[in-house]
Design a protein around this ligand. Sequence first.
Ligand code: TLP
Length: 359
Amino acid sequence: MRPRMLASRAATLETRMTPIDLRSDTVTKPTDAMRAAMARAEVGDDVFGEDPTVNRLQATVAELLGKEAGLFVPSGTMANQVCLGTLTRPGDEVVCDAAAHCISFEGGGLAALWGVQPRAVAAPRGILDPADVEAALRPVADHHPRTRVVEIENTHNRGGGAVYPLARVRELSALAARHGLDLYMDGARLWNACAATGTSPAEYAAGATLVSVCLSKGLGAPVGSVLCGSRDHVAAARRLRKRLGGGMRQAGILAAAGLHALEHHRARLTEDHENARRLGQLVAALPGARLLHPIDTNLVFAVFEGQKAAELTRRFAEAGVLGLPEGSRPDLVRFITHLDVSRSDIEEAGRRLARVMGG
Ligand code: TLP
């Protein structure tokens, strides 16, 4: 065959190959076993509190987090907003890090839904320093907004999957308690923090008034988060969930996926972390690339100096690797490992990326 024909055959093969999807750990599809568990689920009307599988999921997560009660909600965004809405009144202030998910990626929900403003504190990799939090608290006076909540994110998304050391969480919860504030933990990827450190979910959650965890990221369920706290706080959160239209009916089908994920997909998260470290090595070896952060969990943040992440991710996609322009700087690409990518997918992703970068 002539070289031009060969090149066009290669291009056709390339466009046909299965993409390795590293855009997020939300892209996983339910396994056959998970689908079977969903099909078998006993259900009832959860708005009446009568879905036995939802009730079991809520109790299971509450127990894991060492809290009195839990509430199943459709998404991590709703969990964050319902929790922060539960703990605040209009005009209040939430202290969080400047890159927190609840103020970066939730459509301005704090302001739009609850009339609450963030007090954003710069924090390396999103991990708050208690001294900076203390400095951000408003004095009590008629002029000022009322500081009500300290919000932390563990692991931290825009911090590249950074893990809160338990000691830091304890310092922040002690600080919050000293000032009569509540601590809220966005634990969308708390399972990853636990897998990376060996700290239990209950240890991490102990100082938080409310905490939420996600079932549809690393754990591979199709939908859902659970928020946990005292019975009273969860009853208040339930009202807000209903207000937002998050009261679901025979939701046991979804809760069954969450229960299956908790049982079968938690211990394996360390595999995702190992795959992320391997991907990090492969990416760091590409010409012009470097890792922005050490890899603590399943997120890989790679900087391609002088390049546009939007353009680069288009070229990566053509070569069969999906990543996301992270958005906090123009040359930053985000990759996330998860249940649906194996070690050999990671090796293959490395080869495909090297073809794009000429490495
Ligand atoms: N994060 C998504 C996007 O929104 C960026 C992702 O792909 O990483 N808290 C944290 C720390 C999150 O990373 C996310 C999702 C959420 C909350 C919201 O969860 P969902 O997407 O279920 O509303």
